[in-house]
Structure formats: structure tokens, C-alpha cells
Design a protein around this ligand. Structure first.
Ligand code: HPA
Length: 267
């Protein structure tokens, strides 16, 4: 844990109180409004030195600490992506702060393209595993032995079961699938999508994987949910653009919010 993270956690505690946070939520493109559901205090990223500027529209660059469905949570209204800076570890400091605040788990959310015709736009998918198609790693340069992070069951089986339980309880279909990380910011070619499909991926996106690697490095239990905003390149005539992603994210966001609320109530 870096000195800076401990200092920032102390700053956050001064504003938000000392009670430990149970869980962190990272909100993806078009999902930032969920941070408004939390009853608590919000701290803009630019007041937290070293936090990334959330430079992509559809993200809300603030950390909100407070109660959601009876649990004390830390909600990251926006994330920074590798493609914004070329730094794979761009989310390391926020996740270190989350761990320093006492969190035991994190749930990442994202917008993704689907590779599965049975999982069209508007559906949501719980990640069962990932494929790091980018070849990048946020721990490159980390000097400690802890860098050799095992990635078996990186997506915590108990958290996944609880998310599926919450979805079932709310009558919502929560698909299960493998997410491939593509660096972006350009979208994939149809040939890349065919390659990723042959590798076994069900969805593709530009985030989450580095955060889950960092989360496991920091000892956090991890889970992640994708909202499907389009069929991936070459699989339909649907538009593929950031504007389309933001326009379609609300379709899955409503389901995602219900699942997360049910999950937190049962925690
Ligand atoms: N590819 C990569 N990232 C995405 C997509 C996609 O098709 N849709 C939303 N985010």
C-alpha cells in the first residue's frame, strides 16, 4: 500500500467518517448516475491528489461514500481507462484507497459489446472469467513478489452466486460469461471479434480486467457485471460508437441497479 493511499484514505475518513467501507463499486460508461443512489458524501476526484481525471463522457468523476441498501459502500462514479494515458495501472491508487478504507470486495461494472447472439443489447452479464486480449498488465514494474498474482477464480464464486441470487430474486436474467479486454480506444475489427470469439469470449470491452488484476493484487474479492450496449463488430448492423454506448447503457443500467441493490440487501 502506498503512502499516498494511506494519506488519501485519511482525508476521505475526515470527510466521510471512520466506519469501514464494506464494498467498492466502480461504475462504467453511462452508469455513473448510480452514484446518486448512495446516501452519503461525495468527493470530486480532483480533490483526491493522484486520482485520475475521469476524462471520458458518461463517467462521473467523484467518489461517493455512504449507505446503499444498508451497506457502507464506496462508489467510484467514473474510471480511467488504459487508453486515456497508456498507463495500465491508472486505477491503482483509487483501488489502494478502497482497500485502505477497509473494503473486502469490489464490483466493477462496464459497458460491453456482445459476441453471443443470445445476449443482445440491453442484457447484463456477470463475468465468470476474462481473457486479457490486450497483453498489457497493470502490475508491470511492480517490484514485490506479490506481483505474481494467481488468477484462478479471480471472479469470486461466492460474490457471483450472490449476484445471481439477487438477479433471480428480482426476476432479471443475469447471463454468465467471459469478458475479453481490448485496449481501445478504437473499437475492434470484425476479424478481431471472430478471433476473440474463437478464444471463448462472450463479451468485449475496454476496462475492468486491469482493475480486477489490481484488486486481486490488493487482496480484494472481485466481481464484475457488463451491460451490453451493442453486438460486437461484424455481428449486426447496429451502430458501434461511444455515443451509442452511452445511449444504450441505460437499458441494462436499470437491471444492474436492481441486481446490485438486491445483492447489497442480502450481504
Ligand atoms: N467493444 C469494446 N468496448 C465496448 C463495446 C465494444 O463493442 N461496446 C461498449 N464498449
Amino acid at each position: 500500500m502506498s503512502r499516498n493511499a494511506e494519506d488519501l484514505a485519511a482525508t476521505v475518513r475526515e470527510v466521510a467518517g471512520d466506519a469501514p467501507v464494506r464494498l467498492g463499486l466502480i461504475l462504467g460508461s453511462g452508469l455513473g448516475h448510480l452514484s446518486g443512489a448512495v446516501d452519503g458524501v461525495s468527493i470530486p476526484y480532483d480533490e483526491l491528489e493522484g486520482f485520475p481525471p475521469a476524462g471520458v463522457s458518461g463517467h462521473v468523476p467523484q467518489l461517493v461514500i455512504g449507505q446503499l441498501e444498508g451497506q457502507r459502500v464506496a462508489v467510484f462514479g467514473g474510471r480511467a481507462h488504459y487508453y486515456e494515458t497508456g498507463r495500465g495501472d491508472i486505477m491503482r491508487l483509487p483501488l489502494e484507497v478502497l482497500a485502505a478504507l477497509g473494503a473486502e470486495a469490489m464490483i466493477a461494472t462496464n459497458a460491453a459489446g456482445s459476441l453471443d447472439p443470445e445476449m443482445p443489447t440491453g442484457e447484463i452479464m456477470c463475468l465468470s472469467d476474462h481473457i486479457n486480449f490486450s497483453g498489457l498488465n497493470p502490475l508491470i514494474g511492480e517490484p514485490s513478489e506479490a506481483r505474481f498474482v494467481p488468477m484462478m477464480q479471480a471472479y469470486d464464486p461466492d460474490l457471483r452466486a450472490a449476484l445471481h441470487g439477487a438477479a433471480g430474486g428480482a426476476g432479471i436474467t443475469l447471463h454468465d460469461g467471459i469478458y475479453a479486454w481490448y485496449s481501445g480506444p478504437s473499437f475492434e475489427t470484425p476479424a478481431e471479434i471472430r478471433a476473440i470469439r474463437a478464444m471463448g469470449a462472450d463479451a468485449v470491452g475496454m476496462s475492468t480486467v486491469p482493475e480486477v488484476i489490481l484488486g486481486r493484487f490488493l487482496g480484494l474479492r472481485c466481481a464484475a457485471i457488463s451491460t451490453i450496449t451493442n453486438m460486437a463488430a461484424g455481428l449486426s448492423d447496429e451502430a458501434i460508437s461511444h455515443a451509442h454506448t452511452k445511449a444504450m447503457a441505460p437499458l441494462g443500467a436499470a437491471k444492474l441497479e436492481k441486481v446490485l441493490r438486491g445483492f447489497l440487501r442480502a450481504l
